[in-house]
Design a binder for this molecule. Structure first.
Ligand code: SAH
Length: 357
């Protein structure tokens, strides 16, 4: 990371309160600071309800580590906009806004790259570069909100942690981030409007269930048994499908939040009628729903999308066994909206060199 002053966006509310206290300021100053930071101010001098001497002292101690929008691509349908961000160490991350009827959702990244190694996923191809700080996760929300506001659009109403990275592999920063966006003075996002997606890091799923944060948990299952799952997800060798289901149950019991199981349909791999039956058996009676994602074909990875007929049959089999099923709408297809694809095509192209010094 860039040397020099620490980024104030990496501090928790309690830590900012301590900073205020050390300057002889009341604790409520921390919430005022969060309010300004989440509005996207770039200088402490813009925090006009703070005493000038305190603003100066903040400036001496911290930087406001803003991340920069590098590129923006809107899908032809207009429903999705993908943002590429430049971080202070010249790494690049991506996130995408999806415009639903009920509001705007931001799908954000939690790491640069990923080390989970799922065979169908673009984020994982070059492995993990590093985890994002809390400030870099907040930065994605703050900058996109500012951009939407400038365009006269509604701000972000929902967050999904489904961009690049495994959020539970960056546990501390991700949890602090979710606590921070929850603060009413700032981004003010209800936990019910946050979805965290995990490939199934069982011990961390248990930890999250004990945090007292009722975010929606989305579990990337993608196969109804260990044998099949191990072929596409290395994490399946560490934790069995049964472990993942038990941890999901624990999460539900602790938080009261229904679990979403993600199932990426891959042609001639996990899309047979018997797989649907096995999946229904596995999660039958469990307060959950299944989200079917026809695989996004990524060049060089060799996974193909199931034909429409097969997708429909799979969904029907699940429904006929009482499973609640949704199918992911593919709103960002033409902007490489899925899972590390845009960063990848950007980074393998010429343009990257331009930003690397
Ligand atoms: N690491 C987390 C979140 C990031 S990916 C996780 O594994 O859940 C968000 C979702 O997109 C996951 O369900 C992931 O398996 C899925 N995904 C990744 N690449 C995909 C692709 N090429 N096609 C369809 N879904 C994909």
């Amino acid at each position: 990371m860039m040397a020099g002053k620490p980024d104030i966006l990496d501090l928790t509310l309690e830590e900012i309160e301590q900073v205020a206290e050390r300057s002889g300021q009341p604790a409520y100053r921390a919430k005022q600071i969060v309010k300004w930071l989440h509005k996207g101010v770039g200088h402490f001098d813009e925090m006009t309800d703070l005493p000038q001497s305190f603003r100066h002292s903040l400036y001496e101690q911290f930087r406001i580590g803003k991340i920069q929008i590098l590129e923006k691509h809107r899908s032809k349908t207009g429903y999705a906009t993908k943002y590429l961000f430049l971080l202070s160490d010249h790494n690049i991350i991506e996130c995408v806004v999806i415009r639903y009827r009920y509001g705007n959702t931001l799908c954000l990244s939690t790491q640069v790259g990923c080390r989970m190694g799922c065979k169908f996923c673009a984020s994982t191809i070059d492995g993990l570069v590093r985890s994002l700080s809390m400030g870099e996760m907040l930065g994605q929300v703050i900058e996109v909100n500012r951009d939407l506001e400038e365009a006269g659009e509604r701000g972000i109403g929902h967050l999904v942690l489904m961009g690049s990275g495994e959020p539970l592999d960056n546990y501390k920063n991700t949890v602090e981030f979710m606590k921070m966006v929850h603060i009413p003075m700032g981004i003010n996002m209800s936990c019910r409007n946050i979805t965290l997606s995990t490939c199934g890091l069982v011990p961390r799923m248990i930890d999250l269930a004990n945090e007292g944060l009722s975010v929606t948990l989305s579990v990337s299952l993608h196969a109804p048994n260990d044998k099949l799952r191990k072929l596409i997800m290395p994490v399946a060798s560490a934790y069995s499908v049964a472990d993942v289901i038990n941890a999901s149950r624990y999460y539900f019991e602790n938080t009261g939040r229904r679990i979403t199981f993600e199932y990426t349909l891959i042609k001639d791999f996990n899309d047979r009628k018997e797989h649907a039956e096995e999946l229904a058996e596995l999660i039958g009676g469990f307060p959950s729903h299944v989200n079917i994602i026809p695989v996004n074909e990524i060049e060089g990875l060799g996974f193909r999308r199931s034909p429409e007929k097969v997708i429909h049959r799979f969904i029907q089999v699940l429904e006929s066994r009482g499973v609640v099923v949704t199918r992911r709408r593919e709103l960002g297809f033409d902007i490489e909206g899925a899972c590390g694809q845009l960063r990848r095509s950007f980074c393998s192209g010429q343009k990257k060199q331009h930003y690397e010094r």
